[in-house]
Structure formats: C-alpha cells, structure tokens
Design a protein around this ligand. Sequence first.
Ligand SMILES: *[C@@H]1O[C@H](CO)[C@@H](O)[C@H](O)[C@H]1NC(C)=O
Ligand SMILES: *[C@@H]1O[C@H](CO)[C@@H](O)[C@H](O)[C@H]1NC(C)=O
Ligand SMILES: *[C@@H]1O[C@H](CO)[C@@H](O)[C@H](O)[C@H]1NC(C)=O
Ligand SMILES: *[C@@H]1O[C@H](CO)[C@@H](O)[C@H](O)[C@H]1NC(C)=O
Ligand SMILES: *[C@@H]1O[C@H](CO)[C@@H](O)[C@H](O)[C@H]1NC(C)=O
Ligand SMILES: *[C@@H]1O[C@H](CO)[C@@H](O)[C@H](O)[C@H]1NC(C)=O
Ligand SMILES: *[C@@H]1O[C@H](CO)[C@@H](O)[C@H](O)[C@H]1NC(C)=O
Ligand SMILES: *[C@@H]1O[C@H](CO)[C@@H](O)[C@H](O)[C@H]1NC(C)=O
Length: 482
Amino acid sequence: MFKPSVWLLFLSHIVSIYGFGFRGFHYENPRELEINNTSRHIITEKWILQPLNHFDIRDNRLWSMRYYENDEFYNGTGPILIMLGGEWAITRGFLRSGLMFDIGKTHGAMMYYTEHRYYGKSRPVSDTEPENLQFLNVDQALADIAYFIEKKKFELDKFNESVIVFGGSYSGNMAAWSRLKYPHLIQGALASSAPVHAKADFFEYYEVVSDSLRKYNEQCMKDVKSAIDTVELLLSHNDGAKVLQKSFNLCDTPNITSTSDIGWIMNSIAEIFASTVQYNSIESNGKSSIANLCHKMMNSNIGNPFQRLSIIIKNFKCIDWNYKNFVTEYSNTSWNLKQITMRLWIYQTCTEYGYYQTSSNINSTFGTLFPLEFFIQMCTDLYGNYYSALLLDASVKRTNVMYGGPLPDLNRVIFTNGNVDPWHALSIIEDTNGQTPVILINGSSHTADLYTDLPTDIEELTKARQRIRLIINEWITLGKKI
Ligand SMILES: *[C@@H]1O[C@H](CO)[C@@H](O)[C@H](O)[C@H]1NC(C)=O
Ligand SMILES: *[C@@H]1O[C@H](CO)[C@@H](O)[C@H](O)[C@H]1NC(C)=O
Ligand SMILES: *[C@@H]1O[C@H](CO)[C@@H](O)[C@H](O)[C@H]1NC(C)=O
Ligand SMILES: *[C@@H]1O[C@H](CO)[C@@H](O)[C@H](O)[C@H]1NC(C)=O
Ligand SMILES: *[C@@H]1O[C@H](CO)[C@@H](O)[C@H](O)[C@H]1NC(C)=O
Ligand SMILES: *[C@@H]1O[C@H](CO)[C@@H](O)[C@H](O)[C@H]1NC(C)=O
Ligand SMILES: *[C@@H]1O[C@H](CO)[C@@H](O)[C@H](O)[C@H]1NC(C)=O
Ligand SMILES: *[C@@H]1O[C@H](CO)[C@@H](O)[C@H](O)[C@H]1NC(C)=O
C-alpha cells in the first residue's frame, strides 16, 4: 500500500544494502514522521476481542486485536477519528502528528489507530500455515473495524457523533470500502493513494516509473535501460552470470536455468528505481530522490551505464538475491519469522489483489524477465501447490465484484493521489458521481497527504491538505444528518 505492493516489501533488503533511509510502506509503515514530540500525553495501547470468523456465527473463536488510543483532546462531545492500520505493525506516530491528528486536535476528537488482523501484534491464529491464513482477508478486516466502532460508540455512549476513517495505500482501500460496507457506522473516509482496482498484471506500474525517469531526464531513462539490457544479456549465459555476481557482489552465482532466480534478480534491480520514484522526496542535499539516483546513473565519469548500476547496487557485504533462499525463508510459518509482514502481505496479493508489478509491458525500461508467471510461481512456492493463473484471476475478480473495482459507487469518500506515484493508475482520479471528491496532487508521491504540513512540502500538497480539512470539517459538522 504504500507501494502496497508486495514489491516494496522487498525494499527492506535493498534498504539494508543501500542505505537510502526509506522504508517500503508496504513493509513497515506508511513512514510516520519521526517528530520528537515532547508531549507527556500517554497514548495507550489497548486490546479488543474480535471474532476470528465474522461470517460464521457458529464459530465462536475469539482473538485480541491491538489498537492505540489518544483521548487528549476529547472532552465528551467530539467526533471519532480512526486511522486504519494496513499491512504493518501500528505505532503511535499517527496519533502524535499528521493530517488526522491535526483535524482531531481542532475538533476535540477521540482518536484511534487500529491494527489489521495478522499484522503487528494482532495475531488471531497460532501460526501462519496456509490453513491458518484463511481468515486473513479484507472482508474480515473490515468487519473488525465495524465491530470496533460499534463497541467504542457504546463505551463512549455516543451514537450520534461522526466517525471518520483515514487510510493510505492498502488501508486507503479499507477506508473507502468500510464506508461502502458500513455507512451507518462511518460518516466519511479519506482514501489516500488507494489502489481500489485489483489487477493481477499491474504492468502499468513500471510504465509510470519509466515515465517519471524520462520526465526528469530522457538520458537517465536511456542509461537505466542500457544497464538493464546488459544485465539481461549477462544472465543469458553462465560466464555472464559469473560476471554479474562479481559486479554486484552477489552471494551466489545466479542460476540461469531457473526463471524464478532470474526473475528475482531483475525484479530486485527494478525495485531500486521503483522505490525511488514511489517515495520521491527532497533529500538532505536539497535534491529529489529521482535527481540523486539519476545523477549517479548518468555519471559518465564512471564507466558505462552497467558499471554505474553496479556501483549503486554493490556493497561490501554480499547481496543475497537468491530466489531459493527467499522461498525457504518465507515458507517459515512461525510468528517469529523476521519480516513476517512479507509472508502475510504476499498471501493477500495471491488471494485478493494481484498488484504484481510485472515486466509485461513490451516497452518497459526494466526488461522482460519478471512476467506474471513469475509471481504466480511465487504464490505456489510460498503457500502450497494450489495457485494458478485461474485462481489468481478469480481472486482478483472477486475483490472487484465485492468492492466496485475501478468504479465504486461511493459518497463521502475523498480519494487523493500523487501523479508521481505509480499506484495512482489503480486508484480513483475522477469523480464519477459528484460525491467522491478526487484530488490528484501534481508532483506528489505515495500517501504524502497523510502527514502534517512541512516547510519543504510543495504548494500543491499543502493546498490538497487544506481542501481535505475543509471537506472533513463539513462532514464532522453535518454529523449523521445526511
Ligand atoms: C529525535 O531524537 C533522536 C534521539 O534523541 C535524535 O537522534 C533525532 O535526530 C531527533 N529527531 C528530530 C527530528 O529532532
Ligand atoms: C468540548 O470542546 C468543544 C470544542 O472544542 C467545545 O465547543 C465544547 O464546549 C467543549 N465541551 C465541554 C463539555 O467542555
Ligand atoms: C506534540 O504532541 C502534542 C500533544 O499530543 C500536540 O499538541 C502537538 O501539536 C504535537 N507537536 C507536533 C509538532 O506534532
Ligand atoms: C441520536 O439522534 C436521534 C435523532 O436525532 C435521537 O433520537 C437520539 O436520542 C440520539 N441519541 C443519542 C444517544 O444522543
Ligand atoms: C537451477 O535451476 C534449475 C531449474 O529450476 C534446477 O533444476 C537446478 O537444480 C538449479 N541448479 C542449482 C545448482 O540450484
Ligand atoms: C522459523 O523461524 C523461526 C524464527 O526465526 C526459527 O526459530 C525456526 O527455526 C524457523 N523454522 C524453520 C523450519 O526454518
Ligand atoms: C511501445 O513504443 C512504441 C514506440 O514508441 C509505440 O508505438 C507503442 O505503442 C508502444 N507500445 C506500448 C504497449 O506501449
Ligand atoms: C505539474 O507540475 C509541473 C512541474 O512543476 C508543471 O510543468 C505542470 O504544468 C503541472 N501540471 C499541472 C496539470 O498543473
């Protein structure tokens, strides 16, 4: 979410070797601002019992869902604002600063941050065997939110206050869809960078990445393409594979007879560019992330484009880009698995969304070696031998039938997107019924509107937040009257 992509998850690997300081949204969190807030107010960690299976009343198993609460500004009359956790462990950040926090402070709101089942400490089952993953889906997660709201309204003895939900990326979908499914409980939603259109083969993603590089500098895109072409060529024969191992300091020689191994390597390289574009922001030297990366890729003092790419990738510690190791590691069904998020989120992509950022576009800057089949094979390898293109298609279709896909009929949902963010291709960027305000922020990236205004923010972004605040103010004032 953001890059609710499975693929940002993998950034964690890249981050460690690459030292960029970004975190894949989909990996840990939508990057919560690290503001050193000295406020003494305690944001409490709390738990609420939830049914394991909301859709079988005879199944009476329960589990504890975690949430955070900030009642600092609430004096018994304000609205209820909820930040919805997505595929990450929640932290207190969004209850200490950010767009929702700012709105809550103004309105004396009760604020919560809910954790999505299976992620973080919200563990409804004993392990992550495929059998136990069956309750990991958005239908159950939305029902968790409905029960949460019902319970809180009862506890606070407030049945007529507005409830506004906020989410970004995958949890942006949840914000929009919870309003769709439970309008009697939720009076408005902000869906930031929400890819509500499920799609198995999301080849458009790398088109946007390429376009963003091209827009920055045509030569940058060409140099990236040239480097990628060289890598593909090297991966076509054994001697080349050895050269590649040395150039990138890979721990193992790529197995060129394994399409998964090759796909894994090519995808990992493409990720470096994807993450830079998706989370493009101003870095400490005052330049954008794209500019800094392109500067390295276009530096003709350092050999040819492939050699420049090698310098970007290479690290003194060898890089484990071995597909088999990845599968072995993430087939582990223990909750103690490091980066358990990846095992969980990939499962959701296999069974609900696809979102696979493939190399299927023939004009892709990033080659052709990670097609949809690569991802379907990964689903099979991680969760058992019952995934196929047919099942993936049926899963994606189901999600779109249940929630409206690219044309949901909603009201009181704001869709925000940054046009630089590749995910906007699967979101709503046109108000089709006059009741879903749409804000496309020129020059902005993934879920950037969820944060507090910063002096370095572009004007379009602060204007967008201002508009969001006005709309939500109105919803809060109207309460449940519409
Ligand atoms: C917050 O505090 C930590 C530890 O004291 C420090 O390293 C960091 O630079 C501070 N961050 C900001 C934004 O002030
Ligand atoms: C609570 O706060 C609201 C808005 O800040 C204010 O209008 C109201 O009078 C306050 N109510 C109480 C009981 O303090
Ligand atoms: C720090 O937290 C306090 C209390 O929650 C809040 O009033 C203040 O606006 C916060 N500061 C920032 C910079 O977010
Ligand atoms: C909520 O509003 C309805 C209709 O305005 C009113 O009848 C009811 O008493 C209110 N409930 C509470 C708990 O304030
Ligand atoms: C390389 O991949 C092929 C095809 O997946 C496999 O049969 C072979 O055992 C692999 N070789 C090694 C050394 O892992
Ligand atoms: C799974 O991961 C846990 C925690 O890291 C570890 O203790 C366990 O040995 C692993 N199991 C297997 C089968 O690798
Ligand atoms: C690929 O690029 C060529 C030349 O620019 C263009 O004519 C063609 O429409 C593009 N194809 C796709 C699928 O984008
Ligand atoms: C978006 O921003 C770019 C660069 O600042 C500008 O050239 C372009 O005209 C803007 N587009 C729109 C639709 O405002």
